[in-house]
Write a protein that binds this ligand. Sequence first.
Ligand SMILES: Cc1ncc(COP(=O)(O)O)c(C=O)c1O
Length: 445
Amino acid sequence: MRHERPNDLSAFWLPYTPNRHFKAEPRILARAEGMYYYDDTGRALLDACAGLWCVNAGHTRKPIVDAIRQTAGELDFAPTFQYAHPLAFALAQRIAELAPEGMNKVFFVNSGSEAADTAIKIARAYHLKRGEGGRFRVIGREKGYHGTTLGGISVGGIGGNRAHFGPLLPGTDDHLPLPYDRAKMAYTRGEPEGTEHYADALENLVLMHGANTIAAVIVEPMAGSAGVFPTSTGYLQRLRDICTKYGILLVFDEVITAFGRLGHAFAAQRYGVTPDIINFAKGVTNAAVPLGGSVIADKIYDAFVSKDNGLGDHGIELFHGHTYSGHPLACAAGLATLDLYRDEAIFENAKKMEPVLADAIHALKGAPFVVDIRNVGMAAAVELDPDPKAPGRRAYDAMRIAFAEENLVLRIAGDVIAVSPPLIAGEADIARIGEALRRVLGRLT
Ligand SMILES: Cc1ncc(COP(=O)(O)O)c(C=O)c1O
């Protein structure tokens, strides 16, 4: 029986999980529907984090399930190396239509991490194509999360993800500062003001290394996995201006923020700042089938694919891709998902609910151990004072208590509790999350 607790938990090595403790006290999610998971005893748990920031339309939505089922029976697989299938073109077209002007090319991969590697490789190869092969540096940001491939952790800025794996990718040692200062910004509602100057660190790196060594800068418009750190229009615009001034490509990692989390198809549109590459994954298929990718500015694609690129008719322009790039099931799920987002005005609901979530989470100011609360779009975070003897323990306990006693699925990062419900959440769901969190915080030690 699929929904029963497995007899033997020993073989599966869980990612990003304390395995020994988990196997002693497992949290099994056996079924899901709408805003809810159901555990292996049938207990309903409210999903306060949309899976992993990805199930934006709620779980097991019928149009998406139907599209996957139908496609599985019609086209199980077709390569996109030297061949292609209709669904890949159709989904790329739909994504391009949603993307900012001048960004009309879509490269498919299977995850956000692979999208990070894709952006790094395309940026370097683009400059090489243009005769500027000396541009190899890719600059990330402190606390940035771009997944777990070696490329992703290299441009990422979370110590724990980098510390254990030896030398990382050459040319990725520099990281911009996160535009955050708790002393000045604690309990800010929405985007913090006056953070433009944090972008100026890029000017310093240009002075230090020379612009002719820098290929790209990669940032999240909202750092999600590190614990919900919003940026702002002014900050992103200044980054854009500096990149433009020095011929550096700007990459937005929108793996979390794309497809409605900030109330728009892309956060680039919320802030009115257009990068050169936008990475996406997660919400593109409502997480029903793995899919990621990069939306690419036309000028970059044209640099590779132009008639006079010297490759003739048979030469491959970009040596990159995966067996499952644009897998038919993923594309079918993506098309059904984008229809659902449009038909149910899901991005608009996220916009409408943003202040409701902000009120509910900021109301927790003053609860035990809370040292900061942040929010933007349908994402919010409660940061806890770490136990000096065991950093991370308090948020871990919060997750365990929420699951066991409040029927709530939470996401944690260090001592931050993150809340990012499916974008179909209503006022009652959000109120329940706030009330449950208050009780959980009251039980922490
Ligand atoms: C901004 C960002 N980039 C990349 C990734 C990695 O995506 P994946 O886990 O699909 O490789 C994530 C995952 O949370 C993310 O939040």
